[in-house]
Design a protein. Sequence first.
Length: 319
Amino acid sequence: MILIVLNIIFSVMSDHFLQLNNYFNMLKQSSALLITASAATLLMMTANFDLSTGSNLAFSGVLYAQLASSGLPLTLAAAITLAAGTCFGIVNGLLVARYDISPFIATLGMLFIGKGLALVVCNGQSVRSNLPDHFSSMMSESFIGIPVPIVMAIVGVAIFWILANKSLLGKYAMVIGSNKNAAFLSGINVNAICIWLFIIVAALASLAGIMTASRIGAGDPRINEFFFMDVIVAIMLGGTSLTGGRGTITGTLIAALIVIVIGNGLSMLNVLIFWQTVIKGFILIVAVIFNEKILIGDMGSKMTGLENDSSNYSPATGN
């Protein structure tokens, strides 16, 4: 409903908003967000999160452009970049799962490391020269009339919907987020699942960096500095709890589309990017409050159920 209302409002305020090309551009520019947020939803279901997705994106974009400008085939450059970006997830996963470090501290540290590495790789300058002519081909080609980035986003969201709803991985993620100790005692390899989810999120953040570099035709170490915030806003606005145990890919998808529409609509109304960041921060606060209200409501319902059970218990009969 919110998504429909926003579309109506922006279409009234801007003549160019309700056009097919604009929707295609919105989805092309936000395909990386949709893919990464879908994976990160599974991670947050386990009560973990990754703040380093944005710096991983910037580092991967710069590394991909640098390798391409050195003459490496794009396929090899992409493979090396994905391997390097995936290392973010390996480090995050080991720090959080194996050494029991808070995900906030671990991924915040990797955020700064990633930002530093992105600047080191390109000496603080955007990589634009000596790039092959087909460097941006991935973002400009189409499949059955649909831009390739949109196809990738659809496939990515579909895969993670299946993983979240139809696979053991999704069930285990929910159980771990609900009660980590109970999950461990029931035989679930908690550490392995958390590490693998960190790795998957990092790999897709790295892919997002490749897609972004291809879209803008350059590797920019300062691109999408608030990408991690867009990811977290989409996940939490979609109903996934920061404390784990609750969340849906469908909710994340709808919330991500809301964030995308708001950003595009405000840009069409010539609202400065600084104010757009303020608005996203406000949306994040609202999402957290909304989540807490739901969590408190759920706990209240459970307590009421326990009280009713205890009031119906008869010591004489044991019922």
